[in-house]
Design a protein around this ligand. Sequence first.
Ligand SMILES: [Zn+2]
Length: 291
Amino acid sequence: MATRRQFLVGAGGAAAGLAVGATTGALLVGDDDRARAEAAAARQQFMEAADAGERVARLGTRRVIWNTTVTEPIAAITFDDGPTPEYTPRILDALATAGVTATFNVMGWNGVHHRDVLREVVAAGHEIGNHTWDHRDLTSLDVHQTREELVRCKEEVEAVIGRPFTSFRPPRGELTGYALRVAAELGYDTYIWSVTRGPGNATSVTEIGDYLGRIVIAGDVLGLHDGIGQGTFDPTASFARALADRRELEVRALPAALAQIAGRGITLMSANALLSRSEPPPVGGAGPTPP
Ligand SMILES: [Zn+2]
């Protein structure tokens, strides 16, 4: 049965209409003082969120894109988590050879620590998206942390490259209502992806390249990587080493994949370029059939 405290916090969250899941966990803590302090902090956050909801917020219309409807054979290619000296330069070479312009969704910390690599990405004409400051799971963050993740990435990376981000990709595709609101405030459409490198247990460069070469169809948003996300901060951990192994295969498979996709008559481009050449989405209706 819900306690009065749980009810108050729950009601605050519902009123705000926002995802702030982590804060409610404080109610289960046995230590009464600590639980009371955490609940008070949670309420404060909910109130601030509710206040924000009551302010005039003409944020316009922003889109969440998995893939698009097109009348020509085009698709988007995107790279997340970089830039890194390990992967990004080789990806730039492969893209240059194939004559493809992509979207690089920059993890802010990497952008600032590898600014020369970031500048190479920009100089090659690729599009830059906001992938948060340090790749934390947005569903575990409160509203202040969420805002910090997007705004710090924007401010610090834009100071390096001298131009604004135009889109957002949430880490691991995990979104909250509040993250969408901050993205709207910053003027971003939000891109997820429709296809990625395929089965995680594939260990053959040929197999991965062939999968990518076959799976992409017109309108797809292909999600690949030029970094290892949270593994950046603990590179010797087993999960980070496993991610690095996966990325290495992905990068080595890229040239063959690009050639195969081009051979099938599909032109790859940045995410915003794809969207600008896509049909407007139908209003209402049942939507596409899930894969
Ligand atoms: Zn990521």
